[in-house]
Design a protein around this ligand. Structure first.
Ligand code: MN
Length: 341
């Protein structure tokens, strides 16, 4: 974190503040972990801090210390409005453009009189914060919260509640320390978090050993639908609305499925297309290895974005048309897909 940014935030925190911490829509482990970790840290400094999420977070995170106090905008609009109005400071974590919280909450944030602080590792940050800590090389926002504490000279405030939340965020956002964003520093931070009380084996069990039988059956369908295009080093999975309905789909059930496609030998680019009849869209997740930027791919073709190796997007065409279009675009990228690693 840059020294002048840290000094600026230090000044903002010089007296007790009413702070709101907001994560992005469809919060993942990094969003929830970084927000909760930061909230425990800010409380340890004598501030009041409330975590707000635009909508509910997955069940596999519902054991995290402090998670029962998260205010879910969708469930509690009035409370969210009141808290945001009263806030002096709003931290936005794990996203960098206010539209990532969804339309209505975006308006609430835009109308708030509070100053904004951004901590985030996604590409192309917007310019709404008085203090922006943005670093696309970081493994996770949760790792950045640790560096943030350190930059304020307060790393010794690391409690077990902070450590457990930040460790969970780093672990989930790095695919358990597998993605290329995992740096030596990431491991050093993880070590500090373990020393401070994050028990790795227990956190792994809590997060990963939570599959429902329906989810495992749905994974079977997804794997059965896997298509491999060896010349293009690409593999993709499709799931129809019927596949989801047949397996009593619950939000989060398809999380991580796309990684199975990426785990096929020789594959540099993996995609999952998931039909969403309610929103009349196909939701798409992209993963890649090496230099092939799925952030660019998602931005250019699927009104989405994210990171170089992990991004999301959507299509408003039906599932078949979406797939056909995807297959027609792909050959343009043949060289990049071949030389990715
Ligand atoms: Mn993240």
């Amino acid at each position: 974190m840059k020294k002048d940014t840290a000094q600026l935030v230090d000044k903002l925190l010089a007296s007790p503040q009413k702070i709101v911490i907001v994560g992005h829509k469809n919060p993942d482990g990094d969003a929830v972990g970084s927000c909760l970790g930061l909230s425990f840290f800010l409380k340890s400094l004598g501030h009041s801090a409330t975590v707000i999420m635009p909508n509910d977070f997955p069940d596999f995170l519902k054991w995290l210390p402090g998670c029962e106090e998260i205010v879910i905008y969708e469930k509690d609009v009035q409370k969210t409005n009141d808290i945001c109005k009263a806030a002096n400071l709003i931290f936005t974590l794990d996203f960098n453009s206010l539209d990532r919280v969804g339309g209505e909450l975006q308006a609430v944030l835009e109308n708030a009189s509070a100053k904004f602080v951004m901590i985030d590792h996604h590409q192309q940050p917007a310019d709404y914060a008085v203090a922006t800590y943005s670093d696309v090389k970081m493994s996770s926002t949760s790792e950045m919260v640790y560096h943030f504490m350190d930059a304020l000279g307060k790393a010794e405030n690391l409690s077990d509640n902070i450590a457990i939340n930040l460790y969970t965020g780093i672990m989930t956002d790095t695919g358990s320390f597998r993605f290329s964003s995992t740096s030596p520093t990431t491991h050093r931070v993880a070590a500090k978090l373990i020393e401070a009380g994050a028990e790795s084996a227990i956190i792994n069990q809590n997060v990963y050993d939570t599959n429902s039988p329906e989810r495992m059956k749905l994974l079977g369908v997804a794997l059965n639908n896997l298509v491999i295009l060896p010349e293009l080093h690409t593999a993709y999975i499709t799931l129809t609305q019927k596949d989801l309905d047949d397996h009593h789909f619950k939000k989060g059930d398809t999380e991580g499925f796309v990684n199975y496609a990426l785990s096929v030998k020789g594959i540099n680019f993996a995609v999952i297309f998931i039909e969403n009849k309610q929103e009349s869209i196909v939701k798409i997740s992209f993963r890649s290895k090496g230099k092939f930027s799925v952030n660019d791919f998602a931005r250019n073709h699927y009104s989405g974005g994210g990171h170089i190796n992990a991004a999301g997007g959507k299509s408003s065409q039906d599932l078949n048309k979406t797939i056909n279009e995807f297959i027609s675009i792909l050959p343009r990228y043949k060289n990049e897909l071949t030389d990715a690693s």
